[in-house]
Design a binder for this molecule. Structure first.
Ligand code: FAD
Length: 402
């Protein structure tokens, strides 16, 4: 397909699109469906396969629990609502319950080993409650009722019933299939190597091989590579990969009911350190495997899965769930979270390159934030009033940054 020349008006690519979305990960897919549902003609391009980037390199948690009160938490709450709406739409078009993307709100449980840490968790939960999060204090005596296999001796925790989970690759593919039913064109193995411009304004994409797709808007949903895509428009977007490793156990009888994680996870998420940080995050999946995360380190796009990281994650998981000591690992994998220095996604039209709308930089929360991001991007594309506060998320915050 990439030999097709170009476009604008009509072409072998189908109806000339209103918008080209670069990136067929979960964020690009959510944008594609929301824009298609808003009546726009959409083309999605990706240089790899569907969900071939970070969306297949992470876990699928929909978390409010790990986000202290602030703009990211507000966006997560907004997005959880939109996941419900999207899932209802997917159910309607696929005929599978909630679209068959393994979406469930099974809750999250954050636990602490020391009373001082429980007090910190309680303070965080107070701030979250003020924004509408359901957060239930759990004393040490109640932990075994919630999670019978948890290690004894923990000091307490907080239960978050709104936390959920889905299967990100299934979700991405299903979102894109639903967008296609509404007329969207999805092209994989097609790389964007340039942006069509008139002055600063972005007017379409240039593909490897020289083909062009003209569109009045281009959405940058290029995940951890979004900074490189922005650079094609001459603008600086400080998005860096933050590598994370996940361990997958053999299928086991149900041992872990919710997403369970150690309190240190919250400080790991918020940290700016480039060095290795990890804390136990343990959850079951519908297939019986248990996912164990989560490490964080900024080492560029280094594809390694260091044995030291695997050992550390396994040891931390066993500390939380001693029963896992006997479990065998099926496999390990890694992905690159699209990190921004202020840990907030970038959603909005770039004032330095009008026509270019960013939907990127979601770091370790791109799955939960995808549905809300898609909705916001569709609103930007159609001129509808934004359904959430875009103020802290706009790319203007990087103006002047080099
Ligand atoms: C270990 C780990 C655990 C995680 N756990 C969770 C979790 O539990 N919950 C959660 O919400 N989030 C989680 N995340 C984060 C989440 O996976 C990401 O935020 C999310 O997948 C980002 O999606 P995306 O669509 O923006 O990026 P991607 O999925 O990376 O998609 C970007 C796409 O753009 C394409 N692309 C880039 N440049 C070009 C170009 N020039 N031309 C054409 N195509 C291009 C790429 O090929 C890629 O397919 C985790 C991440 C990791 C690494």
């Amino acid at each position: 397909m990439s030999t097709t020349t170009a476009v604008g008006g009509s072409s072998a690519w189908g109806r000339a699109p209103d918008v080209v979305i670069v990136g067929a990960g979960v964020v690009g897919a959510a944008c594609a469906l929301a824009a298609s549902r808003a009546g726009l003609a959409v083309t999605v391009v990706d240089r790899g396969p569907l969900a071939g980037g970070t969306s297949s390199g992470g876990e699928g948690n929909l978390l409010v629990s790990d986000k202290p009160a602030g703009p990211e938490l507000l966006l997560a709450l907004h997005s959880l609502g939109h996941w419900q709406d999207v899932a209802a739409h997917l159910e309607e078009v696929t005929g599978h319950p909630l679209g068959g993307i393994e979406l469930e709100h099974k809750g999250g449980l954050m636990v602490a080993s020391r009373p001082e840490t429980v007090a910190v968790l309680d303070r965080i939960a107070d701030g979250q409650r003020a924004l509408g999060v359901e957060a239930i204090q759990v004393g040490p005596e109640s932990l075994p009722d919630l999670e019978p296999h948890l290690a004894p001796g923990l000091a307490g925790g907080v239960l978050y019933p709104q936390d959920g989970q889905l299967q990100p690759v299934l979700a991405t593919a299903t979102l894109l299939a639903a967008a296609r039913r509404l007329g969207a064109v999805v092209r994989t193995e097609v790389e964007v190597t340039g942006l069509m411009r008139t002055g600063d304004r972005v007017r379409g994409v240039i593909l490897a091989g020289g083909a062009r797709i003209e569109a009045s808007r281009v959405v940058n949903a290029a995940g951890p590579w979004a900074g490189q895509l922005a650079a094609l428009a001459g603008v600086h977007l400080p998005i860096l990969p933050r590598r994370g490793v996940v361990l997958v156990t053999q299928p086991l009888p149900p041992l872990v009911r919710r997403k369970v994680y150690a309190a240190e996870y919250v400080s790991n998420v918020a940290s700016d350190s480039a060095g290795l940080e990890s804390s136990a995050v343990v959850e079951g999946t519908p297939s019986g495997t248990i996912l164990i995360g989560a490490s964080r380190e900024r080492v560029g796009f280094d594809p390694a899965i260091p044995t030291a990281v695997v050992r550390r994650l396994a040891a931390q998981a066993v500390e939380l769930f001693p029963v896992l000591a006997g479990a065998r690992l099926l496999r390990t994998y890694r992905g690159y979270r699209p990190y921004t220095p202020d840990h907030l996604p970038v959603i909005g039209e770039d004032p330095r390159a009008p026509g270019l709308i960013h939907a990127c930089g979601h770091e370790g929360a791109g799955i939960v934030l995808a549905a809300g991001t898609g909705q916001l991007v569709a609103e930007l594309l159609t001129g509808a009033p934004p359904s959430a506060d875009l103020g802290p998320l706009g790319p203007a915050r990087f103006e002047g940054a080099a």
